[in-house]
Design a protein around this ligand. Structure first.
Ligand SMILES: Cc1cc2nc3c(=O)[nH]c(=O)nc-3n(C[C@H](O)[C@H](O)[C@H](O)COP(=O)(O)OP(=O)(O)OC[C@H]3O[C@@H](n4cnc5c(N)ncnc54)[C@H](O)[C@@H]3O)c2cc1C
Length: 382
C-alpha cells in the first residue's frame, strides 16, 4: 500500500500475507454482497478460513492455532481491511480464543481451541446488555450455582457472531449480592442443543451489514460448572480488563488498514474523475485534502506499528492501547468522511467502496469500549 514497511514484517509474514490476500479474493470477496444482504456469512466460510489456516494465527500449534506471533493476526485483519471484507467476525473469534488461552484450564483449551481454529466452532463475546454497555458492572445476567451446574438467566444485545455462535464467552453475575467487579465471572457457554437458549433478532445496522449482530436470551440455561473461566468465581471483570489491550489493538489494526485503503481508492478516483477540463486531482483542494489524509494515515500506521511491537514484547499498557483505539478509529472515520466528500454524489452510492467504508467505519468508535471510555482510561494514567 505504500513504500513504508512495518518493522515487524518479515519474509514469512509476507508469504502469509500473500496467501491470505489470495484466499480472500477467491473465497470471500465474491460473496460479500450476498452476505451483506442476508446479514451473516455462510457457515462454510468459517470452515474454509479454518482450512486455509488463518484462524487463531497467534495461538500455539498444540491447541490447533497457527503458532505465530500477534503479527500474523494483524496481517489477517489488515488483509480483511484492504479487501475490504467486513462481514467476517474474525476479531471476535481471536478474542474468545485468547480468553480461553489466558484463563482456561488445559481441558478447556483442548476442548475448544482446536475446533475454533478449524472454524468448526464460532466464538462470541457476550458482555453488553440492554441496560449495561460501558458500565459493565451493571450487568443483570445471573449464573446461579446448582450442584455441578450454573443456571443462567438474562439477556445480551449487540452480540457479534451471535447468529452463528457455538461458544459464547459470557459475562454473568455469579454473586449478585456482591457490589462491584467481584460479582462478575466469565462462563463459556456451548450453544448446541442448549435448552433455554435463544438467538433473538439479527439487528439492522447502518453499516457492517454482513455481520450477524444479535440479541441473545438465556432462560434457565444449564451450563456445567466446569465451564467457569478461571479457578474461582468473581474474576471476570479483572479478566476482561486484562484482555482489553489485545482486543483494542485488533480494532486499531483494522482502523489503519481502512484508512490506507480509503486514501488509495480516493487518490485513484481523483486521478480518473474529469472535471473543469482537468481531473479532480488537479484541484489544489483535492491535493491538500488527500495530502492531509495520507499524512494522518501514515502517522497512524507508525503509532500502530509501535503498539504492535510492544504487544508482542508484552509491554503494551492499557493507556497506550486505549490511545490507539480512540485516536485511530477517530481518524479512520474522519478520513473516510473526507474521502467520501471527494467522491461527490458517487460517494453516497453503496456500490462505491468508499460509501461502505464510511458506513462500516462508524461503529469502530463505539464498540470494544466507546472512545470516551478510552479517553477516561488514558486520563486515569496521567
Ligand atoms: C455493531 C456492534 C457490535 C458489537 N459487538 C459486541 C459484542 O460482540 N459483544 C458485546 O458484548 N458487545 C458488543 N457491542 C456493544 C458495544 O461494546 C457497546 O455498544 C459499547 O460498549 C457502548 O455501550 P452502550 O451501547 O450501552 O452505550 P452507553 O454505555 O450507554 O454509552 C452511551 C454514550 O455515553 C458515553 N459514556 C458512557 N460512559 C461514559 C463515561 N464514564 N464517561 C464519558 N462518556 C461515557 C459513551 O461513550 C457513549 O457515547 C457491539 C456494539 C455494536 C454497535
Amino acid at each position: 500500500m505504500s513504500a513504508y514497511t512495518s518493522p515487524w514484517m518479515n519474509d514469512d509474514l509476507a508469504i502469509f500475507r500473500k496467501s491470505v490476500r489470495q484466499f480472500l479474493r477467491a473465497e470471500f470477496l465474491p460473496h460479500e454482497d450476498r452476505w451483506r444482504a442476508q446479514h451473516h456469512i455462510d457457515r462454510e466460510a468459517w470452515l474454509k478460513a479454518g482450512q486455509a489456516g488463518f484462524l487463531l494465527a497467534d495461538v500455539p500449534e498444540e491447541y490447533g492455532g497457527g503458532g505465530g506471533t500477534f503479527a500474523y493476526t494483524a496481517v489477517v485483519l489488515e488483509e480483511l481491511g484492504y479487501a475490504p471484507v467486513t462481514s467476517f467476525g474474525c476479531s471476535v473469534q481471536e478474542i474468545v480464543a485468547h480468553y480461553v488461552l489466558a484463563y482456561g484450564s488445559e481441558t478447556q483449551r483442548r476442548a475448544w481451541l482446536p475446533r475454533m481454529a478449524a472454524g468448526e466452532m464460532v466464538g462470541a463475546i457476550g458482555m453488553t446488555e440492554p441496560g449495561a454497555g460501558s458500565d459493565l458492572q451493571g450487568i443483570k445476567t445471573t449464573a446461579r450455582r446448582e450442584g455441578d451446574h450454573y443456571v443462567i438467566d438474562g439477556s445480551k444485545t449487540f452480540i457479534t457472531n451471535g447468529w452463528h455462535a457455538d461458544l459464547i464467552c459470557l459475562a454473568v453475575k455469579t454473586d449478585p449480592a456482591q457490589r462491584g467487579a467481584r460479582a462478575i465471572s466469565l462462563i463459556m457457554v456451548e450453544t448446541k442443543d442448549l435448552a433455554g437458549y435463544r438467538v433473538g433478532r439479527t439487528l439492522e445496522k447502518i453499516g457492517q451489514h454482513g455481520q450477524d449482530t444479535c440479541e441473545l436470551f438465556f432462560d434457565g440455561v444449564r451450563v456445567p460448572a466446569a465451564n467457569l473461566l478461571g479457578s474461582i468465581e468473581g474474576q471476570g471483570f479483572a479478566q476482561m480488563m486484562e484482555q482489553l489491550p489485545y482486543e483494542r489493538l485488533l480494532i486499531a489494526v483494522s482502523a489503519v488498514a481502512t484508512m490506507e485503503l480509503a486514501v488509495d481508492i480516493t487518490t485513484q478516483y481523483a486521478k480518473d474523475r474529469k472535471l473543469f477540463g482537468g481531473t479532480l486531482m488537479n484541484l489544489q483542494h483535492t491535493r491538500f485534502a488527500l495530502a492531509e489524509c495520507k499524512t494522518e494515515a501514515h502517522i497512524g500506521r507508525v503509532f500502530l506499528d509501535s503498539c504492535i511491537e510492544r504487544l508482542m514484547a508484552g509491554t503494551l499498557d492499557t493507556a497506550t492501547a486505549s490511545m490507539a483505539k480512540w485516536w485511530l478509529t477517530d481518524k479512520q472515520c474522519a478520513i473516510a468522511d473526507a474521502c467520501l466528500q471527494l467522491h461527490g454524489g458517487y460517494g453516497y452510492m453503496v456500490e462505491y467502496p468508499i460509501a461502505r467504508i464510511w458506513a462500516d467505519s462508524r461503529v469502530q468508535r463505539i464498540y470494544a469500549g466507546a472512545n470516551e471510555i478510552m479517553k477516561e482510561l488514558v486520563a486515569r494514567s496521567l
